[in-house]
Write a protein of this length. Structure first.
Length: 170
């Protein structure tokens, strides 16, 4: 690869009064470009993220900690949805349990307040609507989907992706 091909991606820190601060700012800008924020509600109705986000979660769950530098580079180049988590067993709503409403299935994992710095917990749709931010994504919150709810065609696509990544040495 020619050095000029990647030069555009490097920040010019020589003219900054604080090169360390400029480098940190540059890194934060890159992180924000890959940060997906998805609305949990569409037209006021809580709606699960698209199935492509489910597939992204399943593939990254299996290969995200690969020792292959190629795989890690590829995953870093593509934004991680982070809007959904596939769980094997249902979780119970922390808010409902603490308020004595019994066992209610949680569908969201996220901040239990409008501020992302609020403590996180598992919430049913009603508690999520009442308490949380309404945003899904890495560091924002996740929709909890049971493995038995994942459509067959998503599992088939996951199998194809697994073969692809295994063939690449993941």
């Amino acid at each position: 690869m020619n050095q000029d091909d990647v030069e555009w991606a490097r920040p010019d820190l020589t003219e900054s009064p604080d090169p360390v601060d400029a480098a940190v700012g540059w890194a934060v800008d890159i992180a924000h470009m890959a940060h997906v924020v998805w609305p949990a509600a569409i037209d006021g109705v809580l709606t699960p993220p698209p199935l492509e986000h489910v597939l992204d979660h399943l593939v990254r769950q299996e290969f995200g900690d690969s020792n292959s530098a190629d795989v890690q580079a590829e995953f870093q180049l593509h934004a991680q949805a982070g809007t959904v988590a596939v769980v094997s067993e249902p979780r119970q709503c922390d808010s409902c349990a603490s308020e004595g409403r019994g066992e209610v299935e949680a569908r969201y994992d996220g901040p239990m307040g409008k501020d992302r710095r609020a403590p996180w917990g598992w919430m049913c749709a009603d508690c999520y609507s009442r308490l949380s931010t309404g945003r899904l994504g890495k560091g924002e919150g996740e929709y909890l989907m049971r493995a038995d709810e994942v459509p067959h065609d998503v599992w088939e696509a996951c199998e194809r992706a697994q073969k692809y990544w295994r063939d690449r040495g993941a």
